[in-house]
Design a protein around this ligand. Structure first.
Ligand SMILES: *Cc1c(COP(=O)(O)O)cnc(C)c1O
Length: 412
């Protein structure tokens, strides 16, 4: 990685970047929403495009000098539409939360009703949490998951009939089963609601055909580009042509100023990469690795919410071990594994403590980890949790993690 200039100009920041690179190289990244982009994506993001103001949309800009920017943004739009089989794409949202905010703005007035998945059951803050704009300005009703870790579609229908929402959101940040978009469409039609699929987590799987696509069933599809899709940090909104104008207006001038064209170029590169046969293999391997990790953990005597995963992630349920998500995420960090604490259904602990840990495989799969490696990871996790007070034991586990990391070098 070339840091020549920043080292000369700002050694203080350069040093932290180098340390962060080393941290990424020497830890097993199991945060389900993280990934490692290609160097090609990073070059686009670090390019001269960061210098350009391009408020507006291609060929309708408020600034001059956008002829090359226009081509790049149109390439990104076309690739997004093609990859996800949607009619219109706005590639300007700075993040996934911004993308959702734009859909809210385009479809509803403050006070209108939304039905979405509850945050503590796996939903996202931007789907209606009381501390987020979505929950502050809209009337939010929520559905959850049942004891099998699944969405109960009959219950969603019942809630929809009872509350008559204007917008229904499907898609989650922590849901390990396949989402049935067709069922959500039927529910939305039954009550005359619009349907948004937020595929932030599963976008890479959808792009590769490893998870069913929402395109046929949803009015709006939002996604992040930096999770399983393996692009730069950012968001994309896709929709039917009939909503294109409303969405574009909500993004700009509704919510954002100048688009990040360097990031949009990075999104274009990532979308091209995601359309290749190698990416299909990658996405298939993500799921194989998640299943191997889940089975490995079950074999070590651990519980997984909802049992076997069907996608890239799972939640380890720590209740029977008597340990908390907060403490165990810290123990895992000691042994070189990064993951986040997460609530489990009916969690006796607070959201700051929790009884669960969310684990995902997109990042380690990018590095090259295969099923055998995931079984070793499962053993390291289980040993760390069962002997979390044994410093010598934890040191040995740290060495085992390091060995796996060295087997699959990152950016070197
Ligand atoms: C990650 C995530 C988002 C938000 O993405 P940011 O880029 O962090 O704003 C939105 N929705 C879902 C379902 C997510 O998992």
């Amino acid at each position: 990685m070339n840091l020549e200039n920043i080292k000369r100009v700002d050694p203080e920041v350069a040093q932290q970047i180098e340390l962060e690179l080393q941290r990424q190289q020497e830890t097993i990244e199991l945060i389900a929403s993280e990934n490692c982009t290609s160097l090609a994506v990073m070059e686009a993001c670090g390019s001269v495009l960061t210098n350009k103001y391009a408020e507006g949309k291609p060929h309708k800009r408020y600034y001059n000098g956008c002829e090359y920017i226009d081509v790049i943004e149109e390439i990104a739009q076309k690739r997004a539409c093609k990859l996800f089989n949607m009619e219109h794409a706005n590639v300007q949202p700075h993040s996934g939360a911004q993308a959702n905010m734009a859909v809210f703005m385009a479809t509803m007035k403050p006070g209108d009703r939304v039905l979405s998945m509850d945050l503590s059951n796996g939903g996202h803050l931007s789907h209606g949490s009381p501390v987020n704009f979505s929950g502050l300005y809209f009337d939010v009703k929520s559905y959850g998951i049942n004891d099998y870790g699944e969405i109960d579609y009959d219950n969603v229908l019942q809630l929809a009939k009872e509350h008559r929402p204007k917008l229904i959101i499907c898609g989650a940040s922590n849901y390990s089963k396949i989402i049935d978009f067709k069922k959500f469409r039927e529910i939305a039609d039954e009550v005359g609601a619009l349907l948004l699929a937020d595929i932030a987590h599963i976008a890479g799987l959808v792009a590769a055909g490893v998870h069913p696509s929402p395109s046929e069933y949803c009015d709006f599809v939002t996604t992040t580009t930096h999770k399983s899709l393996r692009g730069p940090r950012g968001g994309i909104i896709m929709c039917k042509e009939q909503y294109a104008n409303a969405i574009d207006k909500a993004v700009f001038p509704g919510l954002q100023g100048g688009p990040l064209e360097h990031i949009i170029a990075g999104k274009a590169v990532a979308l091209l990469e995601a359309s290749k046969p190698e990416f299909k293999e990658y996405a298939q391997q993500i799921v194989k690795n998640a299943k191997a990790l889940a089975q490995g953990l079950i074999d070590e005597g651990m519980d997984i919410v909802g049992g076997m995963t069907e996608n890239h992630l799972m939640t380890l349920d720590l209740r029977k071990t008597g340990k908390t998500g907060k403490d165990m995420a810290n123990v895992l960090e000691k042994v070189g594994i990064t993951a986040n604490k997460n609530t489990v259904p009916n969690d006796p602990q607070s959201p700051f403590v929790t009884s669960g840990i969310r684990l995902g495989t997109p990042a380690v799969t990018t590095r090259g980890f295969k099923q055998d490696d995931m079984i070793e990871v499962a053993k390291i996790i289980a040993s760390a949790i069962f002997s979390s007070d044994n410093e010598i034991g934890l040191n040995n586990l740290r060495q085992r993690s390091l060995k796996l990391c060295n087997k699959y070098p990152l950016y070197s």
